[in-house]
Design a protein around this ligand. Structure first.
Ligand code: ADP
Length: 163
């Protein structure tokens, strides 16, 4: 069974993430979405809220694609999380050059920790490539319209948060 781990903070899940998740479902039999607890980063949404929003989006996707999608919060090392869930592959989304630098280092170091786990990079469709959770939150905080960047349920949650 091919198991892929797609890790991130998902604070909150965006249409960019959904695009990557959709693409990943074509590559694996089970996709584990690893939600980094990231207490230090001070996420806007609690772990429970982030997980609920991801599960809400993935329910339909799993049915449509036939890929099993599991949401798995984690606080340990990414490589250890991959071992815990039995993933052979780590899936990451790649946006701009800025992502590349960081991802390049991550792959290099993770490979030294465990060379059997491969990292696969996917690119979202062009219109979703610029979307970043950090900017979505910034726009929503200033009462801007983020409905083109996040699923409707997430949009409603953001409006509620900043009301
Ligand atoms: P962000 O960087 O937006 O805060 P995460 O840390 O949750 O989001 O990112 C999880 C993964 O999803 C990372 O590999 C990141 O590069 C990828 N990702 C996030 N947004 C996009 C996007 N718009 N297109 C492609 N990949 C993305």
């Amino acid at each position: 069974m091919r198991i892929g781990l797609y890790p991130g903070t998902f604070d909150p899940i965006t249409l960019g993430h959904v695009d990557i998740i959709t693409r990943a479902t074509a590559l694996v039999d089970r996709l584990v979405i690893g939600v980094a607890i990231n207490r230090d980063k001070g996420p806007l949404f609690t772990l429970e809220e982030r997980v609920a929003m991801i599960e809400g989006e993935c329910h339909k996707l799993a049915r449509q694609t036939g890929c099993e999608i599991v949401v798995h919060p984690f606080e340990n090392l990414l490589i250890d999380c991959a071992h815990d869930v039995g993933a052979q592959t780590i899936i990451r989304g790649l946006r701009a050059v800025a992502d590349f630098e960081y991802e390049y280092q991550m792959v290099g170091m993770n490979r030294m920790l465990d060379s059997s786990i491969e990292t696969v990079f996917l690119m979202a469709e062009a219109r979703y490539q610029a979307i970043a959770s950090r900017l979505v939150k910034e726009i929503a905080r200033l009462k801007g319209d983020v409905s083109n960047f996040v699923p409707p349920v997430v949009n409603a949650k953001l409006i509620e948060k900043f009301a």
